[in-house]
Design a protein around this ligand. Structure first.
Ligand SMILES: [Ca+2]
Ligand SMILES: [Ca+2]
Length: 323
């Protein structure tokens, strides 16, 4: 049912990418006043479950379509991106929350698309690079000062329809970015791609309409990019321009988030199974965290070995020990 081929640690880093000038200011005036998010609920992190599933549930605190969680190790907080509405709606109401490792919401709308001077419509993946927080936002990547959260520019990608996950570029500067190539109805738009984005522009690393809706992206320790796909349930190793190799295929899989652990194992979230799977180095794929409805772009707190799981449709974040 599940095929896995070990990623060869061949030490091939991503090829240098010649950056294209972006030259786009993007559409900036998407301000909307929908204001439907509630942030009134008291913080109520509850210890739940038992055994492998034990952890902290952060619910009823105002999260609104949370898509990703990222551990900012510099300030030891978890950042949560909130789409707040439909994933591709240009509604100006997306926000980024700050959450303590103990599950306390420190600031629900640390970065808020409804604030003057900030544009955030449907924020999804996040990465930290070059001293900034980079956030994908449908057709643009927006940068924010990592300490203050102040807006620090944007790069818009021509033709992009569903920019999704980001990871720090292994060779820098900038980030790697997926476009899932989907529209508002989750129908393919044919622009599936992996990009290298810097503050100055972007360039395609892989552009392939048959990519299967690339979603999560991370890097392995040899500098290889790992991309998982939502529509085809695959994982690819990307070693250079237009060079991708399938390393995992999950029948019916709807893969969203991916993290590579220090020992080479992978964590992959799968909407189809409501699981976070552990992919062992021998190819064994195990559902180690079940009963997670719509587990989106997971994060990993390596110091505590906690897996950070946003539940897209349940407006919750789970903090789960890996064990
Ligand atoms: Ca929104
Ligand atoms: Ca995602």
């Amino acid at each position: 049912m599940i095929r896995f081929a070990r990623v060869r640690l061949i030490g091939v880093a991503l090829l240098p990418v010649t950056l294209l000038a972006c030259g786009s200011d993007g559409a900036d005036d998407m301000a909307g006043d929908d204001g439907e998010a509630s942030s009134e609920a008291a913080v109520d992190p509850a210890t739940t479950g038992s055994g492998a599933g034990a952890g902290i549930t952060v619910a009823g605190v105002g999260f609104a379509t949370p898509e990703s969680v990222l551990h900012d190790t510099s300030s030891d907080v978890y950042l949560v991106s909130n789409i707040n509405g439909a994933p591709t709606a240009m509604d100006g109401n997306g926000f980024i929350s700050r959450l303590s490792p103990e599950g306390e919401v420190l600031e629900l709308k640390w970065i808020d698309g409804e604030t003057d001077g900030v544009t955030l419509n449907g924020p999804k993946g996040m990465a930290i690079a070059d001293g900034m927080l980079w956030v994908s936002d449908i057709d643009c990547v927006r940068m924010f000062d990592l300490t203050s959260g102040v807006a620090a520019g944007e790069v818009c990608v021509d033709g992009a329809t569903f920019l999704n996950d980001l990871v720090t570029h292994p060779d820098g500067p900038g980030v790697l970015l997926t476009d899932s190539g989907l529209d508002a109805q989750f129908s393919p738009t044919g622009v599936d791609a992996l990009y290298h984005v810097t503050a100055d522009g972007y360039a395609a690393v892989v552009s392939d309409p048959e990519f299967g809706a690339p979603n999560g992206v991370t890097t392995s320790f040899d500098g290889t990019a790992i991309v998982v796909t939502f529509m085809s349930g695959q994982a690819y190793s990307v070693t250079g321009l237009d060079e991708k190799t399938e390393i995992l295929a999950v029948d019916g899989g709807q893969l969203d988030g991916v993290e590579v652990l220090a020992d080479g194992r992978m964590l992959v979230s799968n909407w189809a199974t409501s699981c976070v799977h552990l992919v062992d180095t021998d190819g064994t794929v195990t559902c180690v965290m079940p009963d997670l409805e719509s587990p989106a772009d997971i994060g990993f707190d390596a110091s505590r070995r906690h897996v950070l799981v946003p539940l897209f449709n349940a407006n919750e974040v789970r903090i789960i020990p890996l064990g």
